[in-house]
Write a protein of this length. Structure first.
Length: 383
């Protein structure tokens, strides 16, 4: 097959989406398919270094210059796959070709609808999310990374269950057990080889619940078995509210801020942690869950979807709104750490890279077969 992948605008720095598109392109090429990954070229945004102005000049690159180029290029491919739902406006540009879009979450759309009191969306953000939703409503075929995201998408768009196929995210092959202690990779973080620690991985989006992580940790260290345990928070720099909590709770010498760690460092953190503390309130999928399981790290997460779906029976499920009860449940279940780790390894079969690529190829073939039948029935000649 000749497959055109539509990726994200590089100045937007959406690292996870860029990595996803690159992974999919390489995986499809390895199967012998002809694949080109295309994305908007940063031209106007390079005219200034002022972040605010760069953002608006980037709209020219993304929404005025790129669509004509995409339209011309799409004519030479069997199928166009838009790899991120936030680029759903491009579906109209490629509507004459068989196409697919991957939806990773609809949290920003739901926030723009006022569904979450924790997040306020400005008027420009609401316009953008309305445009994204409008594009998704025109989709004929969608791959959703979780059943929860598929359900939410169906409610927002009115798309039928037959139009949305669940294809979960793959586990990146770089994650696995046996990594050296973090002290050996980045001694500057202040973690000694004798330190036991809980780990959290995430950014500062409200649904990552990083203050909730701190509240649960504060309860855990009141227990004798975790009295000396530390907490490593890997991801973005702390918010002011987090710094205040750490300061007033006198946790400054016990909680470590690890900013923008590499995959190699992250693997090391997973492999040597007591457990991953991941009490997210919402997710589209929840990458850290499977990454931790691959490294033999027990997972502690929220007992709601999609965390239940992704973690399977291989996690400690808690209610993040009840820190004391959560700490009690964690202490009780971590007494069976070996069983949790073994269950985590078994759970990974569902996220095998080869199996996920197989699902995408089957999806492409189904779309092309459906399009060919429709064309024959209507008497239309496909280029």
């Amino acid at each position: 097959m000749r497959i055109l992948l539509v990726g994200n605008y590089e100045p937007d720095a959406q690292r996870s989406m860029q990595s996803y598109a690159a992974w999919l392109g390489n995986a499809l090429k390895a199967r012998g398919h002809q694949v080109v990954l295309v994305r908007p070229v940063p031209l106007f945004s390079r005219l200034t270094k002022r972040p605010g102005l760069q953002k608006y000049l980037g709209y020219i690159d993304k929404f005025l210059l790129f669509p004509p180029r995409l339209s011309r290029l799409a004519k030479t491919f069997d199928l166009v796959h838009v790899t991120d739902h936030s680029n759903s406006m491009y579906l109209r540009t490629v509507r004459r070709r068989p196409n697919l879009i991957t939806c990773h979450d609809v949290l920003a759309i739901r926030a723009a609808h006022g569904e979450f009191s924790q997040q306020t969306t400005g008027w420009t953000g609401k316009l953008l999310q309305r445009w994204i939703l409008s594009g998704l409503r025109t989709a004929e075929h969608v791959a959703s990374v979780s059943a929860k995201t598929a359900s939410d998408l169906g409610k927002l768009t009115g798309l039928s269950a037959g139009q949305i196929r669940v294809i979960q995210n793959p586990l990146h092959s770089s994650f696995g057990p046996g990594a050296p202690h973090p002290h050996d990779l980045f001694p500057g973080m202040g973690l000694s080889e004798s330190d036991a620690y809980f780990l959290h991985v995430g950014g500062n989006q409200w649904y990552k619940n990083r203050l909730g992580v701190l509240r649960i940790y504060a309860q855990l260290i009141m227990m004798p078995e975790f009295a000396t345990a530390r907490l490593v928070m890997a991801g973005k720099p702390w918010t002011d509210a987090m710094r205040d909590f750490v300061h007033h709770g006198r946790l400054g010498d016990r909680v470590i801020e690890a900013v923008d760690v590499s995959n190699r460092q992250l693997q090391s953190l997973y492999c040597n942690a007591i457990a991953l503390l991941f009490p997210s309130l919402e997710e589209g999928f929840g990458w850290p869950i499977v990454e931790a399981q691959a490294c033999g790290c027990p997972v502690i997460t929220n007992g709601r979807q999609p965390m239940l779906e992704v973690a399977g029976d291989a996690a400690i499920f808690i209610d993040p709104d009840e820190p004391a009860a959560a700490a009690e449940a964690i202490a009780a279940r971590l007494a069976h750490r070996d069983q949790l780790c073994a269950a985590g390894f078994r759970n990974l079969d569902r996220f095998d890279e080869k199996a996920i690529v197989d699902q995408y190829i089957a999806c492409y073939e189904s779309i092309l077969a459906t399009g060919a039948v429709s064309a024959r029935l209507s008497g239309v000649h496909l280029e």
